[in-house]
Write a protein of this length. Structure first.
Ligand SMILES: NC(=O)c1ccc[n+]([C@@H]2O[C@H](COP(=O)([O-])OP(=O)(O)OC[C@H]3O[C@@H](n4cnc5c(N)ncnc54)[C@H](O)[C@@H]3O)[C@@H](O)[C@H]2O)c1
Length: 308
């Protein structure tokens, strides 16, 4: 197949492009390099089945493709809050442009949505039926509400125009090609530990998160995209739950060194708990994460050592 990946030079996008090329597809990677990097896809540039296009998803585009994976959007708080209006535009206009193209060329189109659509959840773990508890006017809203609006557009194009959609809600994912400085907790901890600095925990460290290793997530993407039973929304992530303190200790064990754990105040709207209910993915895709946290951390730390 010929497959368009928007945001293909980013963390998840570059891992997805590699997987699709390895599966024998032709891949068009579209990216404006806001948070993506050529280095993430450098290993694909010589492949005749791979094409790189510098373009912004907020401007219309046309490609003859069979599938579209829409991943373009900065995903970490410092990047999506850098220009919040642009973040909402990227989610909303990017979705409209992908859906318009999918409608025109009859492509199946995948939306990388997020667990942030659940906001600070009052239901735990979060099943897909939960509508969420989101602040519409806070600093995180440009991302959360942009992604919620993108989901709305996907389902309206599906209902009104029979566009063949797949909407996935991604929970925290980590692995090679994450940026070292974007404020995501796994990369933060690893970079601090490798640099011999203290590890910063916001709050008392009792808030929990679940972490999925990127290869597991990408396997979920491909299985979801290639089945015809459900269109989503479908949660994808690792239900194994860890406190920030446990994560910091696991990183310290793996890296060694003299770093200590220090605490700072919690940022606004930081969710206390987030954990996916993945029963739907288990049942329909026969999918669940295979890579335990220690193994995933080992591989991610090995990657960050090469970046030093
Ligand atoms: N990594 C996670 O844990 C996670 C969790 C939930 C959802 N997601 C979603 O998955 C997708 C990919 O996330 P990621 O972690 O790889 O983030 P990332 O920031 O590494 O990748 C995003 C990519 O999109 C590109 N981009 C941003 N704005 C663009 C625009 N206007 N036009 C074209 N390209 C643009 C960036 O340059 C980058 O390459 C995002 O949509 C994100 O919201 C990720």
């Amino acid at each position: 197949m010929r497959i368009l990946v928007t945001g293909g030079a980013g963390f998840l996008g570059s891992n997805l492009c590699t997987r699709l090329i390895n599966d024998g597809h032709e891949v068009i990677c579209l990216d404006n390099f806001f948070t993506g990097r050529k280095a993430n896809i450098a290993h694909l540039l010589d492949n005749p089945r791979f094409e790189l296009v510098r373009h912004d998803v907020t401007d219309p585009f046309k490609f003859e493709v069979d599938q579209i994976y829409n991943l373009a959007c900065p995903a970490s708080p410092p990047h999506y809050q850098y220009n919040p209006i642009k973040t909402t535009k990227t989610s909303v206009m990017g979705a409209i442009n992908c859906l318009g193209l999918a409608k025109r060329v009859k492509a199946r189109v995948f939306q990388a949505s997020t667990s942030e659509v659940y906001g600070d959840p009052q239901v735990h773990p979060q099943p897909e039926e939960y509508w969420g508890n989101v602040n519409p006017i806070g600093k995180r809203s440009c991302y959360d509400e942009g992604k919620r609006c993108a989901e709305t557009l996907f389902f309206d194009y599906h209902r009104e125009n029979k566009v063949d959609i797949r909407v996935i809600r991604i929970f925290n994912t980590y692995g090679p090609h994450m940026l070292s400085n974007d404020g995501r907790v796994v990369s933060n901890f690893i970079v601090q530990a490798l640099g011999g600095e203290d590890i910063t925990i916001y709050g008392d460290g009792s808030q929990t998160r679940s972490f999925c290793y990127v290869d597991d997530l990408i396997e979920g993407f491909v299985r979801f995209m290639d089945q015809t039973e459900i269109v989503g929304p479908m949660n994808c992530g690792n239900p194994g739950e860890f406190t920030m303190l446990q994560l910091a200790e696991a990183v310290l064990r793996e890296v060694g060194g003299k770093s200590k754990i220090v605490h700072k105040p919690l940022p606004a709207d930081d969710p206390k708990q987030r954990k996916p209910d993945i029963s739907l993915a288990r049942r329909v895709l026969k999918w669940e994460p295979q890579i335990p946290l220690e193994e995933g951390l080992r591989r991610t730390i090995a990657y960050f050592r090469t970046q030093a």
